[in-house]
Design a protein around this ligand. Sequence first.
Ligand code: F6R
Length: 357
Amino acid sequence: EKGTYPHFMLKEIDEQPFVIRNIITKYKDDDDNIKLEESIRQTVADADRIYIIAAGTSYHSGLVGKEMIEKIANIPVETHIASEFLYNMPLLSKKPLFIFISQSGETADLRGVLVNVKKLGHPSLTITNVPGSTLSREADFTLHTYGGPEIAVASTKAYTAQMAVMVILAVDAARARGVEIDFDPLQELGIVANAMEIFTNQKEVLEEVARDYLSVSRNCFFIGRSMDYYVCLEGALKLKEISYIQAEGFAGGELKHGTIALIEEGTPVIGLATQSDVNLNIRGNMKEVVARGAYPCFISMEGCEHEEDKIVMPAVHKFLTPLVSVLPMQLIAYYAALHRGCDVDKPRNLAKSVTVE
Ligand code: F6R
């Protein structure tokens, strides 16, 4: 039920802090440690390489998951688009683990890969919002994202929930492998939930950005570097699917290799700057587009903020910035769609779960 909300999408955006707190509770034992099945811990810790398979928004969370697992647990990870992997499989390592990320657990492209992986005898884990789903039943293991039903076609809370579960998984695997970890993911997720609330309580500024930048634009760019780049891909997808504005998420340093030719007087460019090690680089990339007439909107995080920034998010752990920085992206897309009179919850040509290849 939508309750007092005009759209499911807005309700689901607002639910994100609660979903994160729910995940903390579900994955915490009585001693405040991570609660995860021993067999899952061992399977992840034993893998010599992890292949994350997903589509759309879940693919974007898989890109963040790769960073988390590689940097926290020191296990090499590749993230693949399911429909590509299905017909163009790369060389596999000796002891691979396959992780399928799917809100619905029903996506046909992923199912195709899972069937092949099982034939090859490799272990599989599904991270899903629907534990009884096909991908959950057919994989060896399941981790539940506890997001509650997601009704709007555009995925929001499922994305942040998937990343929250992956950071817990990464830290658990790291400990099993004897890697020293200097942060408590459950505690850091609590800080994330609080930071998310800032946006759910202050939507006016994002509504204003959407009106100002996107009510008449034909196109829009989202640029960022490292983790921010992945969030930009997701920001662009959200905007495309519900507002029908042509949008591209781009790695800041890559624009000058061709795409910068598309920047005209007034082209909106949203620059995401939450990563301190590349903060000056992305600021430089924004200067390059501004010099060609772009209309810039800076979104940053405490510790990276500059005077030019429209939105500054509260600081969160460096591996968890996407869980917070995606909220302004989701809300900008929502309000842009609203201003343009689009059907927010049921965008054209799309279905909530894609059960055909
Ligand atoms: C975008 C969106 C889709 C899904 C994709 C995968 O907002 O919802 O891109 O993320 O179709 O779906 P699941 O996660 O159910 O496998």
